[in-house]
Structures are given as C-alpha cells and as structure tokens.
Design a protein around this ligand. Structure first.
Ligand SMILES: Cc1cc2nc3c(=O)[nH]c(=O)nc-3n(C[C@H](O)[C@H](O)[C@H](O)COP(=O)(O)OP(=O)(O)OC[C@H]3O[C@@H](n4cnc5c(N)ncnc54)[C@H](O)[C@@H]3O)c2cc1C
Length: 395
C-alpha cells in the first residue's frame, strides 16, 4: 500500500473542506483531500438546494479567486422581509441602510460545489483522492496516520470536514450536543408571474418557517423555497396535491401566481454541536463540528468562517515552523471560533423554538417584538452585520 505524506489532510470534499484546501494551497501548503465519493460522482452530484451566502462568505471566496466566477450566477439580496405568517412588513432589512453591498447572495449549490471542485482538481498543491473508505486513524511520531482502502495518509494534522455525520468526530472521540427538532425542511423551486425584485421573505408559522429566496434565472421570476414543517404537519403533506395547496396558502401570492413547482426534496432537521473543536491532531470544521438549523441560512457561512480562520492559523504556524497539529496551535483556532459558533448554535435553536410555538401569548409577543425591532435602526444594523458575517469575534 502507498504511503502519502502531506502538510495537511482534509477529510471531506464539501464546500467547507474544499475552501480550506484552496486557502492553504495559496500559501503553498501541500494538502491531501479525501472523500468517500469518487471524482466522477462529485462532478455529477446534483444538490437542488441554493445557499444564502453572506457578504463575509463572498469575501472568503474572493480570497481564493473564485468569487468573480460564482458571482456571475449569484442573485444579490437587496431586502429581507421577516413576518409572522403572511403579515406584510413586520420587519424589514434593506441593504441600502449599510454601506456593505447586498445583504447576501443566493447561489445554486450544484454550481457552487462543481466550480470549487474543478479548482481543486487543477491545483498543484492539492491532491484529491476519491472513493476513500477510512478505517482508522493512528498517531505515530508526531503525525496522524489515516488508514484507508486507498493506502495510508500521514500529516501532522487531519481536518474533519466530513459533514454532520462525521466519522472524524467519532475517531477523535469528540463528544457533541444533539437535539432532534422533529421537523423536516422541504426544498424546492417555484416560478411565479411577478419579479421577486431581489427580495427574500422569511415567514414564521406555528408549523415551521417558510423562506423564499430569490433566484437569478427566469428573469427574476423564480425563487428557491425552504419550507420547514413539524412532524404533525408533515403528515398532512404526504399527498402532492395537499402539499401544493398548503404551500400556496402560506405563499399567499407573494410574487404573483405560481406557474411551476419542482419536486420537493426532504431534509430531517437536528442540531449537532461539538463540545471541543480538536483532539489529538484531529480538528473539525463546518457541519462536522456544528450542524445547525437552516432557519437563518447560516450553516455554510459559519463553516466557511471556520475554514478561513483555520487556514490562517495553519499558514502562520507553518511559516513560524510550529507543529500545526499541536494543542498549542489548535487552541488558538478554538478560541477564535468559540463565540461565533456558540452564538449561531444558540440563536438558531432559540429562534426555531420561539417561532414554532402555538401559544397565543407567544404569538402576540412575537408580532409586537418584530415591530419594535423594526423601529430600532441600531438593532437592525447590528443584526444585519451579524447575518452578513461581518462581525468580528476573533479577539
Ligand atoms: C435545507 C437546508 C438548507 C440550507 N440552507 C443554507 C443556506 O442558505 N446558507 C447556509 O449558509 N447554509 C445552509 N444550510 C447548511 C449547509 O448546507 C451546510 O452547513 C453545509 O453544506 C456544510 O458543508 P460541509 O462542507 O461542512 O459538509 P457537507 O456539505 O456535508 O460535505 C461533507 C463532505 O464530506 C464527505 N464525507 C462524508 N463522510 C465521509 C467519510 N467518512 N469519508 C470521506 N468523506 C466523507 C461527503 O461526501 C461530502 O463531500 C442548509 C442546510 C439545509 C439542511
């Protein structure tokens, strides 16, 4: 069996792992990226979802020289309307109130993944290994050794970027908090008769939130939908006819009549949040470390910030001749990520609880809360900066 020696091994060729690899390659760091899927499968993989990328994420993608390519197919968001049910204008966020460009961008996930993956395949510093089945990880002479069906890979540090069901988390024996929301997110696209005018809508219903995200295609007359429902309500939607009827009630002609609804894809929702970021030469990033509720469309943005900070700490460590797999270096990473991660895990968890509550009193508090919030420019600007990924937590 081959023995591959690298500066860093990344397990998981998702958007977070690939971004980290590209950031490291810019610093001439030799990276091996391993995925359970083959190259062919990753190039052909379809992900119907879109991602709401924050301004901060667009800046990270700019650092790896990919933003110009991605931007061409990204729909900027100029306004976000948040409401209790189908109310109009409970809470509005407008990009013009800050001087930071659009509030975010909606990007097709398949396009995003394949664009980044093609860059990985072209890099001189990154070696991609597909169809890898990892059997174990051993520690030997200041290295982590990944034992797999494709040989042994060793490096001072292994990064687990292998998503919410992370095997690396298991190998590192990192414990995590888990909570099952008993909710399902249905993801699909719609075409409508009116333009969305670059607006995103987030409507909160007791059965779960509904997000309409503007898409670039079809002359701005298409939106991507993330409709979250609790398990009780889900039963009502088993038949496609009921599904469409219930959705149309909640959509309430927001952008005119619906002319097309694509087949929904279902994601069961839970939160996983690790108590530690690293252990013995294995560090976790992205969903492997924290997989949050999609209520605010922030999971990927958070993961990209993990990649950004870890890449900087590794590059700096390598320049100084430090052991980048040591606790000394990784503690620095962990403390830089702690607040951002915990804030988002808590905020998405609490928001979901608050807005999925049926009680009349909670409903009144919610409605009034949104209106009061809407009147405070200070609170709105602070929360926009947070959602746009422009708040600094690395004290
Ligand atoms: C319905 C829904 C909507 C969302 N919308 C948004 C949004 O608008 N904005 C946003 O910021 N976030 C959003 N998210 C969250 C976002 O999708 C995730 O946070 C993000 O995809 C995580 O990326 P990742 O690279 O960490 O993990 P993944 O995308 O899960 O990638 C993991 C990679 O690791 C590989 N892998 C897995 N196991 C192994 C193994 N054992 N060995 C080798 N390789 C392995 C996989 O093949 C894959 O390539 C949403 C999530 C959901 C469920």
């Amino acid at each position: 069996m081959d023995n591959h020696q690298h500066n860093i091994i990344i397990v998981g060729s998702g958007i977070v792992g690939m971004t980290l690899a590209l950031m490291l390659s810019k610093q001439k760091c030799k990276v091996a990226i391993l995925d359970k899927n083959s190259k062919k499968k990753l190039l052909e993989l379809k992900d119907l979802r879109t991602s709401a990328l924050s301004q901060g994420s667009s800046r990270i993608l700019k650092e790896i020289s990919l933003w110009d390519k991605i931007k061409k197919k990204a729909q900027p968001i100029s306004e976000i309307n948040v409401s209790e049910g189908t109310n109009i204008n409970d809470l509005n966020f407008k990009s013009e109130s800050l001087n930071e460009g659009p509030l975010g961008y909606i990007v097709d996930n398949t396009y995003l993944k394949t664009t980044i993956f093609k860059e990985i395949l072209e890099s001189n510093f990154i070696k991609f290994f597909g169809g890898v089945n990892i059997k174990d990880i051993k520690k030997k002479n200041g290295s982590s050794v990944v034992l797999s069906n494709k040989g042994n890979f060793s490096a001072p540090l292994v990064v687990g970027a292998d998503g919410r069901n992370s095997k690396m988390r298991f190998f590192a024996n990192i414990k995590s908090f888990f909570f099952d929301y008993n909710q399902t997110a249905f993801v699909f696209n719609i075409s409508h008769t009116l333009s969305h005018q670059s607006k995103a809508l987030e409507r909160f219903f007791p059965s779960g939130p509904l997000a309409l995200l503007p898409m670039q295609n079809n002359n701005k007359k298409s939106s991507s939908v993330v409709w979250t429902v609790d398990s009780q309500f889900k039963k009502k939607l088993m038949e496609r006819k009921n599904f469409n009827n219930e959705f149309e009630k909640k959509y309430a002609k927001a952008f005119g009549r619906i002319t097309k609804i694509s087949k929904p894809v279902a994601y069961d929702l839970n939160v996983i949040s690790c108590y530690e970021h690293f252990k013995e030469r294995i560090v976790l990033v992205g969903d492997a470390c924290q997989a949050i509720h999609p209520i605010a469309g922030q999971g990927l943005n958070l993961g990209l910030r993990d990649s950004y900070h870890l890449a900087n700490i590794i590059s700096e460590g390598l320049k100084l001749g430090l052991d980048v797999g040591s606790a000394y270096v990784l503690r620095d990473y962990s403390s830089k990520r702690l607040i951002d991660k915990n804030l988002l895990v808590q905020a998405t968890h609490r928001l979901n609880q608050l807005f999925s509550n049926n009680s009349m009193i909670v409903k009144i508090i919610r409605e009034n809360g949104l209106k009061i919030f809407n009147k405070s420019d200070y609170l709105k600007k602070k929360s926009m900066m947070f959602a746009m990924g422009l708040m600094k937590f690395d004290f």
